[in-house]
Design a protein around this ligand. Structure first.
Ligand code: PBG
Length: 335
């Protein structure tokens, strides 16, 4: 506790916090949190075809790549020190259906792409997304029947998708769907099929957030009706995150993720103090776009704001940060 300064001490002021801020060298010595490129996972968007590099209009500086241009981009990122990427597919409407069958078709461009990335760069940590929305004609993360999202029937589909991605060589599966029981279901299926080494980074506390808008533009994956509030969490709740974390821990998750990051720093801290698993945070598309829009208007300083955002997420307790700023951050810290 801080005792009010006595008149005597006040006169001499023997405690001057500014002494620890007086030079860059001292500031470095007392710095508690420092983000490294090694903490970051770079999310990337893959489309079918060749020679494509199309900017996402609501995410300046972020592109949808075809596999050939994506491989070049990955190589460039690796040269900058990035060691982990998360690849999301953008599917054309004609390949979507109600049961997301394209998600486990071994010849689909996403799974072929994942295999190629792993073949070209075996040392990279490759993460994938497990959820129905990119492949679903309903645009939901689960199977829809009579306007409802079915839980247990969705697990069967997620299981097939997860196995197909593990077979393609993915290192970390990212179930982002928020169905109940999916981590345990996927873990068991992986183990039965010999994929005991494939990790699961569970989207543990994923909120029904307004900050996913630009991502849904990037993938053309917005829900066709309703919203995601029957499966994603209510932004007003924090204690519920403990239930999700407990379940994911018991079901075999290797990482617990909080998403979004910046408006949920308290949730990151809550899980980090209560659970021994590494905590990840997803610095989502809307958080990226918000900054980029302000920078375009000349209202905020890009580089400083990026470092401050990532540092605050790490300071709150996230060891791993998924961020669209990963490449820019790596460029800023090039050695
Ligand atoms: C889909 C998924 C979403 C994101 C990652 N996986 C969108 C959603 O749940 O609607 C959002 C990522 C971002 O906004 O950057 N299961």
């Amino acid at each position: 506790m801080i005792v009010p300064l006595a008149k005597e001490t006040k006169k001499s002021m023997n405690r001057r916090p500014r002494r620890n801020r007086k030079s860059q060298a001292i500031r470095n010595l007392v710095e508690e949190t420092s983000v490294s490129v090694k903490d970051l996972i770079f999310p990337m968007f893959l489309v079918e075809g060749q020679g494509k590099k199309i900017e996402v209009s609501s995410m300046p500086g972020i592109f949808r790549f075809s596999i050939d241009t994506l491989l070049k981009e990955v190589e460039e990122c690796m040269k900058l020190g990035i060691e982990a990427i998360d690849v999301f597919p953008a599917y054309p409407e004609q390949l979507k259906n109600t049961t997301a069958t394209e998600s486990y078709n071994p010849e689909t461009f996403y799974l072929k792409g994942l295999r190629e990335i792993k073949k070209e760069f075996p040392e990279i940590c490759l993460m994938s997304d497990v959820a129905m929305d990119p492949y679903s004609s309903d645009g939901h993360d689960g199977l829809v029947k009579d306007g409802k999202i079915l839980n247990d029937e969705t697990l069967e589909i997620l299981g097939k998708m997860a196995l197909a991605q593990a077979e393609a060589g993915v290192d970390i599966l990212g179930p982002s769907d928020m169905m109940d029981g999916r981590v345990g279901f996927i873990r068991e299926l992986l183990d039965q099929n010999g994929f005991t080494d494939t990790s699961i980074m569970s989207y543990t506390a994923k909120y029904a957030s307004a900050f996913y808008g630009p991502f849904r533009d990037a993938l053309d994956s917005a829900p066709k009706f309703g919203d995601k509030k029957t499966y994603q969490m209510n932004p007003a709740n924090s204690r519920e995150a403990l239930i999700e974390a407990e379940l994911d821990l018991m079901e075999g998750a290797d990482f617990l993720m909080v998403k979004p990051a910046l408006a949920y720093l308290d949730i990151i801290q809550l899980l980090n103090t209560n659970y021994p698993l590494p905590i990840a945070a997803y610095n989502v598309s809307g958080e990226y776009s918000m900054l980029k829009a302000s920078v375009e208007k000349g209202w905020l300083e890009n580089d400083r704001a990026i470092v401050e955002m990532l540092t605050s997420i790490k300071r709150a307790g996230a060891k791993v940060i998924l961020s669209y700023f990963a490449k820019e951050f790596a460029q800023m810290h090039r050695q």
